[in-house]
Design a protein around this ligand. Structure first.
Ligand code: NAG
Length: 370
């Protein structure tokens, strides 16, 4: 089922929430949405429902949260409004980030920080842009071209850090494969003698903890991705991360997630035009300990305390409009730096392609919700 929630947060934020339960009885819904004068193709999978679809309006009231349930579940596993409200937290405590100067984190419910989320974080967005760029100029990029595009981008970008994520499961798998113990520090700064083997292993899906990169490495064709392109990007990333005499290595963030995935909702964070103009997007925490006044249905991890039930709640948090702001920036970068083949392309054309292609990444997550 899907629940859409609108949060009328501080002056301008609107959060659209989708919650999906077990993927039984899934129907595919295709549609079109216009946003910011741009048309998008939308596609989602939903369970059948008896509740009519209702999309709320945007409010700019800083003191209220609007929740709209569009598809009600009957299996007792649905995330409740109360859980989502608590996950978002008090509106007056919300922090905002500028999508052009704040890094994007992975869609991962294990993150307790306030984040801007998109599949694969900064790495997912950059790889998407590489893919669209390559297809636009109609020339396969070579490793050294990817190296130089990536290095140029790290100098061009406005944010301090460029983000990639992995997790403890992937590190454990690497340890087994390489027959040695591997700390997070050693992954970020391995001894020279070890780098070649480590890099070879890191290009395999089992050794990446980023759900998005892992899924692309496993099924490049369903992402319309040239498999070499992912590997070239990973090689560029780790080569710079590990080169302590390259000043750009300070800009790379490798975050290691720990614990189990227990995502129970998919939050699609929308921001209205006022926010887009101001480049403001609310940072939301994908994982949070929440205390509920009423007893939630379903989750087995719920414990009871005086005054309410406390549980750890996890959700995928996807900032779809903030990602579009970032994609505009990426389009500018590629337009300015493209002198390959003399192919000229418009920033807006690339931006549109990025948004369109970016949408095909999302259904993967909604079917993994417990
Ligand atoms: C490390 O970075 C420096 C400075 O960019 C560069 O000259 C050198 O070739 C790099 N070394 C490796 C092993 O990539």
């Amino acid at each position: 089922m899907i629940i859409i929630v609108l949060i009328s947060a501080i002056f301008c934020a609107e959060v659209k929430l989708k919650v999906e339960s077990s993927p039984k009885d899934i129907r595919r819904i295709n549609g079109r949405a216009e946003f910011d004068a741009q048309e998008y193709e939308t596609s989602c999978q939903c369970e059948s429902t008896t509740t009519p679809l209702h999309v709320g309006e945007t409010f700019c009231d800083p003191t209220k949260v609007q929740l709209h349930q569009d598809f009600a579940g009957d299996d007792g596993k649905t995330a409740s409004f109360e859980q989502i409200r608590h996950l978002i937290g008090p509106l007056n405590e919300l922090q905002f980030g500028d999508p052009n100067s704040y890094h994007f984190s992975c869609l991962d419910g294990r993150n307790e920080q306030g984040v801007l989320g998109t599949p694969g974080g900064d790495s997912g967005e950059f790889l998407l842009a590489l893919q669209v760029y390559e297809q636009t100029i109609n020339t396969p990029l070579a490793q050294d071209t990817v190296d130089s595009i990536f290095a140029n981008y790290l100098q061009f970008m406005k944010q301090d850090g460029f983000y990639m994520c992995t997790d403890d499961d992937a590190i454990r798998h690497l340890e087994k494969e390489l027959g040695m113990t591997l700390t997070v520090d050693a992954l970020i700064d391995p001894p020279n003698s070890f780098k070649d083997d480590l890099l070879t292993s890191l290009l395999k899906p089992e050794n990446t903890g980023c759900m998005h990169l892992k899924s692309i490495l496993k099924n490049p064709e369903s992402y319309d991705m040239r498999p070499d392109l992912v590997r070239y990007f990973l090689r560029s990333y780790f080569t710079i991360l590990w080169n302590k005499s390259n000043p750009l290595h300070h800009k790379l963030i490798l975050e290691v997630m720990a614990g189990r995935h227990e995502e129970r909702a998919f939050l699609e964070v929308r921001i209205n035009e006022a926010c887009i103009r101001q480049n403001m997007a609310p940072l939301l925490r994908p994982k949070r300990r929440i205390t509920l006044a009423s007893v939630p249905q379903g989750p087995t991890s719920t414990t009871f305390h005086e005054g309410g039930a406390t549980e750890i709640f996890q959700a995928y948090v996807n900032h779809i409009d903030a990602a579009s702001i970032r994609r505009k920036e990426l389009s500018k970068f590629f337009a300015e730096n493209s002198n390959l083949n003399g192919v000229h392309f418009e920033i807006d054309v690339m931006h549109h392609r990025l948004n369109k292609k970016g949408l095909i990444y999302l259904p993967f997550y909604t079917v993994t919700i417990v």
